[in-house]
Design a protein around this ligand. Structure first.
Ligand SMILES: [Zn+2]
Length: 222
């Protein structure tokens, strides 16, 4: 089977999406992309995360043509492909209907810098892409336009829909989706009782610089 490791990660992180409450039922989807072959591995359409096996993962090109797999690919495959086109460093995309991010998307709000970890996203705000019907090329184009207008962000909210996040690995993309759900929750909770202070662009930049030296030095991760 093509992309065996990617298939395993899609199954494993899919279970984590469900376990962490980032998606309900069969909603949400995740993928990996290998630029050397031009192939994308994506979760199948309409499968529960705990029922999906590595064999169910579908391998396709960014133009949507299926290369390997007996299942139909996620209906949001065009959205994932568009994110890979817009973010050449991305190797994984995670799309969720996580409740707090989706609450902001329903309110028509971007995710703002109410907490310093927004810097994880690569920008001081996670932009809101206008509402378009799910699973359509028009939705992919609309989100692609938003990524084009915000050249450093690795995530976007989709109005009345959910969140899409990318990263240089599945672990990175997943961690960003989890963190943005946290920031969304803080924003919504703060708005329930008052007006949250939003960090300035300079303050968010300061966090990005600090992140560069945070954690263990290279080669000393253990
Ligand atoms: Zn969706």
């Amino acid at each position: 089977m093509l992309m065996g490791d990617a298939r395993e990660r899609i199954v494993a992180f899919g279970k984590r999406i469900a376990a962490e409450g980032l998606a309900v039922g069969t909603s949400g989807n995740l993928s990996e992309y290998d630029p050397t072959t031009g192939l994308m591995a994506i979760s199948p359409s309409g499968f529960g995360y705990f029922e999906t096996t590595p064999e169910d993962v579908v391998i396709l090109r960014l133009d949507g043509s299926v290369v390997e797999g007996s299942c139909r690919p996620s209906s949001e495959a065009p959205l994932h492909a568009e994110v890979y086109r817009r973010r050449p460093a991305a190797r994984a995309v995670v799309h969720t209907h996580s409740p707090y991010a989706t609450t902001l998307a329903a309110l028509g709000q971007p995710i703002r810098a109410v907490h310093f970890t927004i810097a994880d996203s690569g920008a001081e705000e996670v932009p809101l892409s206008p509402y378009v019907t799910f699973g359509t090329p028009e939705l992919a184009a609309s989100v692609g336009k938003t990524f084009g207008e915000y050249p450093t962000t690795n995530a976007a909210l989709m109005e009345n829909h959910g969140l899409v996040a990318c990263g240089t690995s599945m672990a990175t993309a997943f961690a960003l989706a989890v963190n943005l759900e946290f920031v969304s929750r803080i924003q919504w909770q703060a708005e329930c009782v008052g007006a949250p202070r939003v960090l300035t662009g300079e303050e968010v930049m300061g966090v990005s610089r600090r992140f560069e030296t945070y954690g263990q030095p290279a080669g000393n991760e253990a």
